[in-house]
Design a binder for this molecule. Structure first.
Ligand SMILES: [Zn+2]
Length: 531
């Protein structure tokens, strides 16, 4: 099979996704990451549609990209107009970018119903626009909009639109499933016909409304298409675009079509997460190849199989895409999960089987009391440390007390009441017992402040650690305020993040347990514990 070129449209089509709004700086960062990944083309935006895209294109032209080439997006000239008088086309030329991708109608129904013009005028619009851009020194890609829907209604006309683009000098004609509802065999059949009919390179651009965007893109490649368009994490309007994070490994690892180097492929997971962070969307843990759960194993016998033979329960080696396998610790786990996990963390547990059995019993008991370690690996790691005979915790709680006071205020203020929380805490570090108190805007915050105050004198580096997420879940909702409460805390030191869990019928105690684990974990990891 011939070579496949990747064309990323995260910054243009992907930015159409609900809830995504990239700033110019975000777009510049993503552009550099896409270049690191090794895509051939990056669609930067539609200069005619908004000033932000124009600003980005100007800034992006100053980046020194290693491989990727920038493309600008626009559309064919308007009905009944000369190409050289069309503002949209003029703007594309003015950007100074060397590649223009223009969208053209490729379905007879779209031409008559939406554009409201004749089939012949549409063909002229395509060729005029391509010729104008070529004459102004640009390479032209033509997005044949609604190609697959049009092919079902009037295949001959849809193929004529492709030929009009090719004959006018377009470098590549991209077959689009704009509404995203085509089936795999429909895409295969129409793409094969296009491949026979048109002499220039073909591309594929599909949306995911039928959940088949990746499958349809791969079918088009099989039919001879050489440019694959898509977005990182499949971001895009409605149900999204074809997901490059699934397509790239499928091409490389399953179809043996090299489009980026092995080293670039190993950055895929990192880039997928970077783009979701930048989009301010939480990464999908269940995403194929790059999701955090893509290679996690919960059932004990799977983990047992994995320990014996790496490929026993995974379709590819996760390291090839920069992901990793993960044994999930839960009440379904067996002893193998624990030894596997300990090895993964670099903790050498004693070979004594009864101790591992004891740990497993302890985990199951805690899970029945509301703990859950699947997403709180730091708390799990602490359980392992604590089972070691030579483990000395960096601090121990003696006791704490939290007061919450609500004061009524004069009604002239916006707030009728002010809430004040104060925590007093006694902890032991080595042989010393420290007693501190601190105020906070709530009881958990006050506890956090008091604990830090007590520990900072021993561990000044702790100042870098802060809490970034705090989640409370009520476990048996039917019992109301008497029910078991689980608290998850996520912390960071600026370099890494870790999650801890606490559970109790008392929300303050559950919070304390998660908070204390967060601090103990970090101190233990940093080996700052007083010896
Ligand atoms: Zn699209």
């Amino acid at each position: 099979m011939s070579k496949v070129y990747l064309y990323d449209t995260t910054l243009r089509d992907g930015a159409q996704s609900e809830g995504i709004s990239f700033s110019v700086v975000d777009k510049l960062h993503i552009t550099e990451k896409l270049d690191d990944l090794g895509v051939s083309y990056i669609e930067g935006g539609w200069p005619g549609s908004n000033p932000k895209d124009a600003e980005f294109l100007q800034a992006a032209s100053k980046l020194s990209l290693k491989k990727a080439k920038l493309a600008v997006f626009g559309s064919t000239r308007r009905v009944g107009m000369k190409a050289e008088d069309d503002n949209n086309l003029i703007m594309l030329v003015k950007t100074g970018v060397k590649i223009a991708t223009i969208v053209a109608k490729s379905s007879i129904l779209q031409v008559t119903q939406v554009l409201g013009t004749t089939p012949e005028e549409n063909l002229k619009m395509i060729s005029d626009s391509v010729q104008y851009l070529k004459a102004n020194g640009m390479s032209v890609f033509v997005d044949a909009e609604h190609f697959f829907d049009g092919y079902k209604v009037d295949p001959a006309y849809s193929l004529r639109t492709l030929a009009a683009a090719a004959d006018a000098g377009a470098e590549c004609v991209i077959l689009c499933d704009t509404n995203g509802g085509a089936l795999v065999e429909e895409v295969a059949r129409a793409a094969e016909a296009a491949y026979k009919a048109v002499k220039v390179a073909l591309g594929i651009h599909v949306h995911n409304d039928g959940g088949l965007a990746v499958a349809n893109s791969l079918a088009a490649v099989r039919a001879g298409v050489s440019q694959v368009q898509g977005t990182i994490n499949g971001y895009g309007e409605r149900c999204g675009n074809a997901n490059l994070c699934t397509i790239i490994p499928a091409l490389q690892l399953k179809m043996n079509i090299q489009c980026i180097s092995d080293e670039q492929l190993s950055r895929l997971t990192d880039i997928a997460r970077f783009v979701s962070e930048t989009a301010n969307l939480s990464p999908d843990p269940f995403a194929p190849y790059v999701g955090a759960s893509a290679f996690s194993h919960k059932a004990g016998y799977h983990v047992d199989g994995l320990a014996k033979w790496e490929q026993a329960y995974q379709h590819v080696n996760p390291e090839l895409i920069g992901n990793r396998k993960r044994a999930v610790i839960s009440e379904l786990s067996g002893k193998d999960n624990i030894t596997f996990k300990a090895r993964e963390l670099g903790i050498s547990l004693p070979s004594d089987k009864s101790m591992i059995q004891k740990l497993l019993t302890q985990i199951k008991q805690r899970e029945s009391h509301g703990y859950q370690y699947e997403h709180a690996e730091a708390s799990f790691e602490l359980l392992l440390y604590r089972s070691l005979t030579d483990y000395r915790p960096p601090f121990e709680l003696v006791d704490f007390m939290v007061l919450v006071e609500t004061r009524r205020r004069a009604p002239v203020r916006n707030h009728l009441e002010d809430t004040l929380a104060e925590a007093m805490i006694k902890v032991r570090v080595g042989n010393e017992v420290i007693h501190t108190a601190a105020e906070g805007n709530g009881p958990v915050n006050a506890l956090d402040q008091a604990l830090r105050k007590a520990l900072l004198q021993f561990y000044p580096h702790l100042a870098a650690v802060r809490l970034i997420d705090y989640k409370v879940r009520i476990l048996e909702e039917s019992t109301g305020t008497e029910s078991q409460v689980r608290v998850f805390i996520e912390s960071t030191d600026g370099d890494s993040e870790w999650r801890t869990v606490g559970s109790s019928v008392n929300i303050i105690e559950a919070s304390w347990l998660a908070l204390a684990d967060a601090v103990e974990y970090w101190l233990t990891r940093k080996k700052l514990a007083v010896q």
